[in-house]
Design a protein around this ligand. Structure first.
Ligand code: ZN
Length: 387
């Protein structure tokens, strides 16, 4: 007979009493009817007055590892067995199955519960009273099972039925209150959504500055050369167009786009992800494609870009002068010759140009004005995508 067994085995050997004792390499063991965690009995097997077996399991809380032993033990008890959850014993004690001790402990608990109940208000008092009543019921069953003589059960104020009725009435009142509150909240929320929809529609049409429509999907609108979101963010139309071209290409390919290595800035914001259906994720913003599509005509008109699906045609790197001229229509920082060269380059491009991210130093001449090596910015233009 093996006496050192695996942890899941020891509880089963105990529960079925197939051998006298066993232990795990850890700290679970049993010796006859007593099941130990370390040196404390956490379960035992007793025989009732009619010869039936009952499992007594400690309902006390111990350390984390003992809690897990308690769990293993309870799981090993065959279903349909008689089980009593009884007050536990202190660390190191082996008196778990002592019926007189159990009845004394239960009596003490009931008197504590009744005392607390008397000091509490509704509905807590009813709950404590119900727990006391349940404990007295366990005492009655356990005493009968064990055939204990001269048992004195604690007296409850009123009958067990009266206590149960008080608890049931309190539960019913709570449930009614909960249902009423749920219904009120649902009505309030529906009203709030209706208000938000109305405010959002006005905002989309150009009114107000912030629609306060947090329960609705993010919406967009174009005001001058700026795109605004219903969450209170804004970014330039020029950036929005580059974003739109990216969304169009994602939808055309049907593949998700993520910002690894590539970035697409929208003012201070950055697109994190574009779903194959065109939904844009940027920080806390989730912008449905429908919201993007709604502003497409305004967006493309604002930048004199032809209508329809877009494609971003990258020209290459533009010098600092060209970048400033394209982004801000600002020629003040350059001499007359440079300004003329930049103007000619922009005209030669034949499309409204837009500037993207900074690319750093390059030996290549500027893609717009043909200027010498230097710092470069991505530059390109938006065109209708080929059908
Ligand atoms: Zn240039």
């Amino acid at each position: 007979m093996r006496t050192v067994v695996k942890s899941h085995e020891v509880a089963h050997l105990w529960a079925h009493q197939t051998q006298l004792s066993a232990r795990t390499p850890g700290n679970m063991s049993f010796d006859g009817p007593d099941f130990f965690s370390y040196s404390t009995v956490i379960g035992t097997i007793v025989t009732g007055k009619d010869g039936r077996r009952a499992y007594l399991v400690s309902d006390s809380h111990y350390s984390v590892s003992t809690s897990s032993h308690q769990n293993d033990m309870r799981c090993a008890i065959p279903s349909g067995a008689v089980v009593y959850r009884v007050p536990g014993v202190s660390r190191g004690s082996t008196r778990l199955g002592d019926a007189a001790r159990i009845m004394d402990e239960w009596t003490r608990r009931v008197s504590d519960l009744l005392e607390q109940s008397a000091r509490s208000r509704k509905p807590k008092n009813a709950r404590l009273l119900a727990e006391a009543a349940a404990t007295v019921e366990s005492m009655r069953e356990f005493a009968a099972f064990m055939g204990l003589k001269r048992v004195k059960l604690p007296k409850l104020p009123g009958t067990v039925e009266a206590v149960a009725a008080a608890v049931a009435a309190e539960d019913a009142r709570k449930e009614r209150a909960q249902r009423a509150a749920d219904k009120r909240r649902a009505v309030e929320f529906a009203k709030r959504l209706e208000d938000e929809r109305a405010r959002l529609a006005e905002w989309e049409a150009g009114a107000g500055s912030y629609p306060d429509a947090y329960n609705l999907p993010t919406a967009l609108r174009v005001i001058g050369d700026t795109v605004e979101t219903s969450r209170g963010a804004s970014f330039p139309v020029a950036h929005a167009l580059r974003g739109l071209a990216l969304v169009d290409s994602v939808r055309a390919r049907g593949e998700e786009w993520r910002t690894n290595g590539h970035t697409c800035h929208l003012g201070h914001y950055r697109i994190d992800r574009i779903a194959p259906d065109g939904t844009v994720y940027a920080g806390c913003h989730v912008v449905p494609f429908a919201a993007i599509e709604r502003i497409r005509p305004a967006l493309q008109a604002a930048a004199f870009v032809p209508p329809g699906r877009l494609e971003y045609v990258e020209l290459g790197g533009a010098c600092d002068d060209c970048a400033v001229a394209i982004a801000n229509d600002d020629y003040t920082g350059m001499d007359e010759d440079a300004a003329a060269r930049v103007r000619a380059g922009i005209e030669r491009a034949g499309h409204p140009l837009s500037v993207g991210d900074e690319m750093g130093f390059s030996w290549q001449p500027c893609a717009v004005c043909g200027g010498l090596a230097g710092n470069r910015h991505a530059v390109g233009y938006l065109a209708s995508a080929a059908a």
